[in-house]
Design a protein around this ligand. Structure first.
Ligand code: SF4
Ligand code: SF4
Length: 393
């Protein structure tokens, strides 16, 4: 196993165990199976385990498994405060106590504000006194590192990084999201600031393995490295020094062994020009199956009316190249809880963005098409409700 460091210089394994997708037995998590998989990961040197309050049954399973294995002090548990469900400081404290109980532990190594997607949400938490409370818990040793997980755009990510002295953060990042969400620019900004970055969705929820177009599969199969599509996705991440730990939702012994092997062999800066070229060709092949040729470069941003253009096109493309329900969910997740609307409906057709698009996309026209596909009849009533109840962030 290779290790990178937290802000104190302590080691974090570059492979982390994502505990959201444990196998089920009937309606419940198969604890015995998950324990065996976790044991293999531990033996392979994995020391980072990620769960969340809202992952059904996951915190309880993690608590039981590590109690059985008796190795709590050798590993890091990351879990998350669902701040969007919390209305007061007391609510946050109560949730944290419940998490400690579920996890059968007296402390959390990595505590994240879950889906903290813009600065308004953080300001709201600060007004409630959450920042002061987190620091007190850190002094008491019940929280060891304070961070946030993120799905918004690059600019907001950078603002959030600058808004607090974070110990770490967690972003969705993979070669297809190189220029969306926090993106490479965000990752490198965090790296410059010395903030460790944990990666989620390294294979885009399996899309970079199971849903690759035939042309991309062929390019990978014919490459002399002999890597699988998953190995290419993981190695592309490990190649970047700003990536501290890559979470993988592992639910078979074979997958754990394979991921441990890849993490043991991978180092930053290993990619050759030929490797980058292969990834470029694979991305191009994926791009050919897309509806709008948006590269996510963000030259069209910022829109004076707040529209998140790259995000909208990214989700619109995902409807055709991936999965309709998943793409709509991603769009909803990224736009619904914004105090200032960023969805395609906010477009006032001023045309400013089109002057800057190197792909010469008819952005105004395509935003209308995207809106029709992404904003289901429930979107507007939901948006109204979120506004009425002030459920920002
Ligand atoms: S045309 Fe629409 S998306 Fe483009 S800058 Fe104007 S309001 Fe924003
Ligand atoms: S400038 Fe064009 S290609 Fe770049 S993000 Fe905007 S719409 Fe997409």
């Amino acid at each position: 196993m290779q290790y990178r460091s937290d802000r104190n210089g302590d080691p974090i394994s570059i492979l982390g165990f994502g505990c959201m997708r444990f196998s089920k037995k009937g309606n419940n998590i198969d604890i015995d199976k998950a324990e065996k998989e976790i044991k293999i990961a531990l033996d392979g040197g994995v020391n980072y385990f990620d769960t969340a309050y809202v992952y059904p049954g996951s915190e309880v399973a993690v608590g039981e498994i590590f109690e059985r294995l008796g190795c709590r002090e050798k590993i890091r548990i990351a879990t998350k405060l669902p701040h969007y469900l919390v209305r007061s400081l007391d609510g946050a404290k109560k949730t944290f106590e419940e998490e400690l109980k579920r996890l059968r532990t007296g402390y959390v190594d990595q505590y994240l504000m879950h889906m903290l997607d813009d600065i308004d949400a953080w300001e709201k938490l600060k007004k409630m006194g959450v920042d002061t409370w987190l620091e007190e818990e850190k002094k008491n040793g019940r929280i060891r590192n304070i961070g946030f997980s993120y799905h918004g755009n690059t600019d907001n990510f950078i603002k959030l990084l600058d808004a607090y002295n974070w110990d770490f953060c967690q972003i969705q990042y993979n070669y297809l999201d190189e220029h969306t969400q926090a993106g490479k620019r965000g990752l490198e900004y965090a790296y410059e600031k010395g903030i460790p970055v944990v990666i989620m969705e390294p294979l885009r929820g399996g899309r970079l393995v199971n849903l690759l177009p035939e042309k991309a599969k062929k390019l990978i199969a014919e490459n002399e490295r002999g890597y699988s599509p998953a190995e290419w996705g993981l190695r592309w991440l490990y190649n970047q020094p700003g990536v501290t730990c890559v979470l993988s939702g592992m639910n078979s012994e074979e997958m754990v062994r394979e991921n441990v092997r890849i993490a043991s062999e991978s180092e930053a800066g290993q990619f050759t020009d030929e490797d980058f070229e292969l990834i470029r060709q694979v991305k191009e092949a994926i791009g050919e199956t897309m509806k709008v040729g948006c590269t996510g470069c963000s030259y069209c941003m910022p829109c004076p009316f707040g529209v998140d253009i790259p995000l909208t096109f990214h989700c619109y493309n995902a409807i055709y190249s991936e999965n309709r329900a998943q793409a709509r969910h991603e769009y909803l997740q990224a736009t619904l809880f914004r105090k200032t609307p960023t969805d395609a409906s906010a477009c006032k057709k001023c045309g400013r963005c089109e002057q800057h698009c190197p792909q010469h996309i008819a952005i105004r026209e395509e935003l209308v098409n995207a809106r029709k596909e992404l904003e289901t009849p429930y979107f507007k009533p939901l948006r109204f409700l979120v506004g009425k109840l002030h459920l920002w962030g």
